[in-house]
Design a protein around this ligand. Structure first.
Ligand SMILES: Cc1cc2nc3c(=O)[nH]c(=O)nc-3n(C[C@H](O)[C@H](O)[C@H](O)COP(=O)(O)OP(=O)(O)OC[C@H]3O[C@@H](n4cnc5c(N)ncnc54)[C@H](O)[C@@H]3O)c2cc1C
Length: 400
């Protein structure tokens, strides 16, 4: 949408081909239906710090289309925005559909043709240039430039089925193997499954891999039928090494020093006849307090008066360093973004044009860049789309 808008605004004759029955199907589900449309950070370095892979490739795109530019564009197209915690920007209406509506309005105003139910099956080439696209229905559409914005492989029901990555490979481009990022993690331990649906707030999650700390933050996480998920886990997932192996350490009481925790435990355990698991209810959510003693190798039915110093130390240890072993991620179809894609060295960062096939451009999640949560991934799509659209139109004007 953004590439088509900018190409049309720059004077090109544009046709946007979308295989779905409507535009921006994925946008509808972003930000839990509210669309965290960008991150209103003012400093580009702040933005780039949130991009773990190939941030430098985005320099030119972001310089030419900043988060503020996106907010201004939406406002000009009738979609007011608001900025929330962590500089996350949303439409004032809290409706993701308003973002798509605004862009559709812009496309109409700029005179871009929109064809829905138009599935592209491949890129046409002529004289060493991109020359159009082949549609699934057999139609061949000639064009002087083609911009591929087909996304990654996440949430394929929204239309992102990795077609553009296939075309990139077919036309000789190196593609970094797609993998899930911003995704739930499977654990070796099965006890998280017994707690599925339970959210933990204000915990500290530390991830390490091959002896190196890859992530450590405080916040919220969730136990699920496969292991762990929720904001902290999702963020941690984009720091995983290629094989997806990591050890997690969960600090359930990050606000207390070890000494404070020992004192608190001693105080709670002075409750005589009460069972250990009952006393733990003051430190942990109910369901967790029932299971927790077992994780410490202690019987939860033990009366407090019989809890030994060794048992208390084991409980304190696990309250502040509960280990979990990551054995992999959930599948890419369930990931918020796809890591990998068209290798950045194949594209010019100043135009998004392929270095291998002139006239072919890529933008958005199809490229091997991905970011943390917070509006960064959508902004990467907006900014690279805008740059590709503008550049393709300019190149054609140069030829005319
Ligand atoms: C659940 C969820 C929530 C998210 N929330 C946020 C958020 O709040 N903020 C944020 O910044 N990011 C969020 N993201 C990530 C963000 O949505 C994506 O990074 C972004 O949409 C990528 O944009 P894109 O245009 O590159 O690809 P997509 O949005 O995937 O769009 C690709 C389009 O190409 C079409 N297409 C594909 N193949 C063909 C073909 N062969 N022919 C014709 N059309 C084709 C598809 O139908 C689709 O409409 C979220 C992702 C998910 C899954």
């Amino acid at each position: 949408m953004m590439a088509a808008l900018f190409a049309a605004q720059s004077g090109a004759q544009v046709t946007l081909l979308e295989k779905n029955e409507k535009l921006g199907k994925k946008v509808y589900i972003t930000g839990k239906g509210r669309c965290n449309v960008t991150n209103a950070c003012e400093d580009m370095q702040d933005f780039l710090r949130e991009v773990p892979r190939n941030p430098r490739f985005l320099f030119s795109a972001l310089r030419q289309f900043s988060p503020q530019d996106m907010l201004d564009l939406l406002r000009a197209l009738g979609c007011e925005t608001k900025v929330e915690r962590g500089r996350r920007a949303y439409p004032v209406s809290d409706h993701a559909s308003d973002v798509t509506k605004a862009l559709e309005k812009g496309l109409r105003q700029a005179g871009a043709a929109i064809r829905l139910h138009a599935e592209v099956s491949g890129i046409l080439q002529k004289n060493g240039r991109a020359a159009g696209v082949q549609l699934q229905n057999g139609e061949a559409l000639a064009a002087s430039a083609v911009i591929v914005c087909t996304g990654g492989l996440s949430y394929p029901s929204t239309g992102s089925t990795g077609d553009g990555l296939r075309w990139a490979q077919e036309t000789g481009h190196q593609v970094t193997p797609p993998r899930p990022s911003l995704v739930g993690l499977r654990t070796k331990e099965t006890w998280p499954m017994e707690l599925q649906g339970l959210t933990l707030k204000n915990v500290c999650l530390t991830g390490s891999s091959y002896g190196k700390i890859i992530y450590s933050e405080q916040g919220e996480m969730l136990f699920t039928h496969f292991g762990v998920s929720g904001p902290l886990v999702i963020e941690l997932s984009c720091h995983l090494p290629e094989d997806g192996q990591a050890e997690l350490t969960l600090n359930l009481k990050p606000g207390l020093t070890r000494e404070q925790l020992d004192q608190r435990l001693m105080r709670e355990l002075s409750a005589g006849k009460k069972q250990l698991s009952t006393v733990l209810q003051s430190l942990l959510p109910l369901r967790f307090s029932a299971l927790f003693p077992q994780l410490c190798g202690v019987d939860g039915k033990t009366p407090c008066s019989q809890v030994t110093g060794k048992m208390r130390a084991a409980i304190a240890d696990k309250l502040q360093a509960l280990p979990l072993t990551v054995v992999g991620t959930r599948p890419i179809a369930e990931a918020i973004v796809t890591r990998g894609g068209v290798a950045v060295k194949e594209l010019s960062p100043n135009t998004m044009e392929s270095k291998r096939l002139p006239g072919l451009y890529f933008a958005g999640e199809a490229i091997d860049v991905d970011a943390h949560t917070g509006g960064y991934n959508l902004h990467i799509a907006w900014a690279t789309g805008a740059l590709a659209g503008k550049s393709a139109a300019k190149a054609l004007q140069g030829e005319a």
